[in-house]
Design a protein around this ligand. Structure first.
Ligand code: DGT
Length: 137
């Protein structure tokens, strides 16, 4: 009998932004045709090879919202498993940017009061950390 080496699980690193304007945060509604279409997320995406998390988030915010953002400190890091997909989600604070966020990627964008975020249909990975996240800003 030959023993096969144990298959290592695959992890996907994801960065997202807590973009703050006074007591509101920007949520984007995921577009049709994407995984979790219609769900409200913090703008961001996957880290590509050779990128630092901060570089990846700056690129994603430029591609998705058309802004040039200053990525500040990490607010929270959390892991979540969807079926056989494991994601490591890192959410950074973003308070300064140039340009006005536009719907280049999302179905819709909304500035939501921090106290109201939990009422939105968020990805499962976010639901479990949202209270902790908000208490840190
Ligand atoms: P691509 O290039 O089509 O694979 O897409 P990216 O790089 O824009 O990444 P995306 O946003 O489709 O994938 C991020 C994954 O992380 C996806 O499985 C949803 C999950 N996720 C959970 N919470 C969040 C969040 O707050 N923001 C973002 N962007 N993704 C989240």
């Amino acid at each position: 009998m030959t023993l096969l080496p144990k298959k290592r699980p695959t992890w996907i690193p994801v960065v997202a932004a807590m973009m703050l304007k006074d007591s509101r945060v920007l949520l984007g509604q995921r577009p049709e045709g994407s995984s979790f279409a219609g769900v409200w997320e913090f703008p961001g995406g996957k880290i590509e090879p050779h990128e630092s998390p901060e570089m990846a988030l700056k690129r994603e915010l430029n591609e998705e919202l058309g802004i040039v953002a200053e990525v500040k400190e990490l607010c929270i890091a959390s892991s979540h498993t969807y079926g056989d997909v494991n994601i490591l989600l890192m959410i950074y604070k973003v308070q300064y940017w140039t340009g006005e966020p536009r719907t280049l990627h999302h179905n819709d964008l909304k500035w939501v009061e921090l106290s109201d975020v939990h009422n939105y249909d968020l990805p499962e990975a976010n639901k479990k950390i949202v209270q902790q996240l908000i208490s840190r800003v």
